[in-house]
Design a binder for this molecule. Structure first.
Ligand SMILES: [Fe+2]
Ligand SMILES: [Fe+2]
Length: 260
C-alpha cells in the first residue's frame, strides 16, 4: 500500500477502477479530472478530511488495491490533528478570490442561453459576443487569474501537482479564448459555440477545485504575515489593473435580465 501513496491517481484508478467510486463517496472527483497527475498521498492530505474519514478512506483504498490481506493502514498525516470545521471560512485575501469567482460563475451559468442567442450578423450581436469574450480575457484572466499566477501560487511549490493542474486549466482557458476570437473573425458560429461551451465546463470545474480544495489547503499553510501581505498585494493589483469590476457586473446583470 505504501507504494501506491506515491503513485499517480489516474494510474491507480486505471488499475483499480473501484478506487474512483470510493473517492467519489468522499466528494473527491479525480475521475473526471483531465490531468490526474496528483499522487494518492497528496489527494488524501489536500482534501482535509476529518481524522475518521481519512482513516476510513485509506482502509477502503488499501482493501481495494491489496484485497484479502491484513496490512497496517498507512498514515498520510497526524491522525490526532483536529477535524476541519464544518462551515468553510477563508482568510480575507482568499475570500476576495472566492468573491471574484461568484461573478465568473454568474457569467458561465448564462453561456447556454448566450450560445443559443449567438448573432454574428448584426453589429449589436457581434458587440455582445465581444463583450462576453472581454469578460473572460479582462476580468477572469487579467484581473483574477493574474492574482493567482503572479502572486498567490508563488507562495507555494509550483512544481506541486495540484498547482500544475491549476496552471494547465488557465492555459487551456486562454487557448479557448483564442479559438473564440478566431471563430468570431471567421464568422464560424459552430466553433464559437463549442469553445464557449468548453470554457464553461472547464471553468465550472476549475472554480470548484479552487473553492473546495486548493484555497482551504492554502489557507491552512499560509502564516498570518503572508495572509496580510497577500491582502495588500491583491489590493494593489485592483488599483493598478485599470479594470473596473462594476463594468463586468453590469454586463452580467444585463444578460441575466435579457435571458430571464
Ligand atoms: Fe484559477
Ligand atoms: Fe480562481
Amino acid at each position: 500500500m505504501d507504494t501506491y501513496l506515491n503513485t499517480g491517481i489516474k494510474e491507480i484508478i486505471t488499475e483499480f477502477p473501484e478506487v474512483e467510486t470510493i473517492l467519489n463517496d468522499y466528494d473527491i472527483g479525480c475521475g473526471p479530472c483531465s490531468v490526474g497527475i496528483c499522487l494518492l498521498k497528496d489527494i488524501v492530505s489536500i482534501h482535509q478530511l476529518s481524522v475518521e474519514q481519512e482513516k476510513e478512506l485509506m482502509e477502503r483504498i488499501a482493501a481495494a488495491v491489496d484485497p484479502g490481506k491484513e496490512h497496517p493502514v498507512p498514515k498520510t498525516r497526524k491522525w490526532s490533528s483536529p477535524a476541519p470545521p464544518k462551515t468553510r471560512r477563508y482568510s480575507p485575501p482568499l475570500q476576495k478570490l472566492v468573491d471574484e469567482h461568484v461573478l465568473i460563475k454568474r457569467w458561465i451559468a448564462l453561456i447556454p442561453e448566450f450560445v443559443d442567442a449567438l448573432d454574428l450578423e448584426s453589429e449589436q450581436g457581434k458587440k455582445r459576443i465581444l463583450d462576453g469574450i472581454d469578460m473572460i480575457r479582462s476580468y477572469a484572466d487579467k484581473y483574477h487569474h493574474a492574482k493567482e499566477e503572479e502572486i498567490l501560487f508563488k507562495y507555494f511549490d509550483e512544481t506541486a501537482d495540484i498547482l500544475k493542474v491549476m496552471h494547465e486549466d488557465h492555459t487551456r482557458a486562454r487557448s479557448l479564448v483564442k479559438a473564440m476570437q478566431k471563430a468570431l473573425a471567421e464568422n464560424d458560429k459552430k466553433t464559437l459555440s463549442e469553445s464557449l461551451t468548453a470554457y464553461r465546463e472547464l471553468l465550472a470545474e476549475h472554480i470548484r477545485k479552487e473553492d473546495e480544495i486548493l484555497y482551504p489547503w492554502m489557507d491552512s499553510q499560509l502564516t498570518d504575515r503572508q495572509v496580510g501581505e497577500l491582502f495588500a498585494r491583491f489590493a494593489r493589483v485592483d488599483q493598478e489593473s485599470g479594470i473596473a469590476p462594476e463594468t463586468y457586473e453590469g454586463f452580467v446583470r444585463q444578460l441575466e435580465a435579457a435571458f430571464q
